[in-house]
Design a protein around this ligand. Structure first.
Ligand code: DOR
Length: 446
């Protein structure tokens, strides 16, 4: 393993900004200090003018392997992730076949060990009939149990009341929920179909996958978590009305946490006119006032973490009509630059960005020795130039699906370098294809 000395960086870590050097050795952060310049290292990286941060830990991605690899796979999307400054990811179970038992989980870990450029973990999926697998899952075998409490891509809806109660009562791991009430959505769909036939406009998406659908389902999830004292993490909050369900404060004090996603913080319903089905996702992108309220809730510690919900589909699939186009958009490569735009506009503190994309994710899931710049921790680090503007163009996109919802958008912050376990996985537009990530390790059960 190589060693590296990163000099002259401005470090953003644990709520502080300070100048220091960082020595990386054997995959770990060996020393942090003001006077490391004489220390021996295989490589010196002069980080003058750049920010040194912990890499993002993305707690929600869909990398599509096995079975949907015409859209994406673990190798292609983990390459895009490291180019975007994401050093660890947690992957969702709505693959084909879905990840509903321990064998399929283990197969994903084995595949990731072979091909993933970033560190990885996988969710066990829930269905109406796999409670035995859920009861038997151990910390370390999965990062959590994913429950679709609303139907979305893949047929994984859990709507049986007794099954839901059993999952919340017995899951040994954190329960991560997709909350949208399917009966409410179906009633809205029927109404719009009656009015427009198949030609429902894309702008109806946030009215069909409505605020009420989100609120009903996340209210039920929170009620179940309280009743059974479950460790609940509600994914991708999209409405201001749901925010009252979550308490402000540090993750360490909470049994119920919440996530916001980068696209819900960046786009609003006015963007459907330009982006159409490319930004169709579940839950839907909603109003500008919802976006503003969610961003404020991030800063108020009511929303605990920021993730991507990277969910690629091909352009051909996306070219369908409202009902036919699948929901989901690819995001890992542009997630951090899009968040830096909020920092630049004064809507988000840089320290908060780092907290929500790394420290708080590590706390939420009990991830061992990652998510912070601390001596002894794994060296998952990124160097960011906050002022190197560019326009996202399609030819720079690394996703297998070959497009980005941010095409044509201007970003100011650029990820210059990404280190995964002390190895440079990405630097100045080049991926190091020799790097492989490790499985995330977890401290706690639920
Ligand atoms: O928009 C979405 N796409 N939401 C989901 O819940 C699933 C995801 C996908 O897998 O495509």
């Amino acid at each position: 393993m190589s060693s590296a000395l990163i000099t002259n960086a401005e470090i953003i870590n644990e709520g502080r900004r300070f100048a220091a050097d960082v020595l990386v050795k054997d995959g770990r952060i060996a020393a942090i200090g003001g006077d490391l310049q004489g220390r021996a290292a295989d490589r010196v990286i002069d980080a003058a003018g750049r920010l040194l941060m912990p890499g993002m830990i993305d707690d929600q991605v869909h990398f599509r392997e096995p079975g949907l690899t015409h859209k994406a796979d673990l190798a292609s999307e983990s390459r895009a992730a490291v180019a975007g400054g994401i050093t660890s990811f947690m992957e969702m179970p709505n693959t084909n076949p879905p990840t509903l038992d321990l064998q399929r989980l283990q197969a994903k870990y084995a595949r990731a060990a072979q091909v993933s450029r970033a560190n990885y973990s996988f969710y066990l999926g829930a269905s109406n009939d796999n409670i035995a697998a859920i009861r038997s899952v151990q910390p370390g075998q999965a990062c959590g149990v994913k429950v679709f409490m609303g139907a979305s891509t893949g047929n994984m809806l859990v709507d049986d009341e007794q099954t839901l109660a059993a999952i919340f009562a017995d899951s040994p791991l954190l329960i991560a929920t997709h909350c949208e009430d399917t009966p409410t959505i179906q009633a809205n769909e029927a109404e719009y179909r009656q009015r427009y036939g198949e030609a429902v406009p894309m702008s109806a998406h946030p009215l069909i996958r409505s605020e009420l659908a989100c609120l009903r389902s996340s209210t039920l999830a929170v009620e179940l978590a309280r009743r059974y004292d479950a460790r609940l993490h509600v994914l991708h909050i999209t409405t201001a009305r749901e925010l009252d369900l979550f308490a402000p404060g540090p993750v360490a004090d909470k049994r119920i946490t919440a996530e916001a996603c980068v696209h819900h913080l960046y786009f609003d319903q006015e963007d459907y006119a330009e982006k159409d089905t490319l930004i169709k996702c579940n839950p839907a992108i909603k109003r500008a006032q919802d976006r503003a309220a969610i961003l404020a809730a991030v800063s108020a510690d009511r929303i605990d973490v920021i993730a991507t919900d990277h969910a690629p589909h091909t352009l051909q699939e996306k070219a369908g009509t409202y009902f036919k186009a699948p929901a989901g958009l690819p995001l890992v490569q542009d997630a951090l630059p899009s968040l830096f735009e909020h920092v630049r506009a004064g809507r988000l503190r840089l320290e908060t960005l780092v907290h929500k994309t790394s420290h708080a994710v590590a706390e939420c899931f009990g991830i061992e020795q990652r998510g912070y710049i601390r001596e002894g921790y794994w060296a998952d680090l990124i160097l960011v130039d906050p002022n190197k503007p560019y326009t996202r163009e399609r030819d720079q996109v690394l996703y297998k699906c070959g497009w980005s919802p941010f095409e044509g958008r201007r970003f100011h912050a650029r990820i210059d370098l990404t280190m995964v376990n002390g190895e440079v996985a990405y630097e100045s537009g080049q991926i190091n294809d020799a790097v492989r990530g490790l499985a995330l390790a977890f401290r706690t059960a639920r």
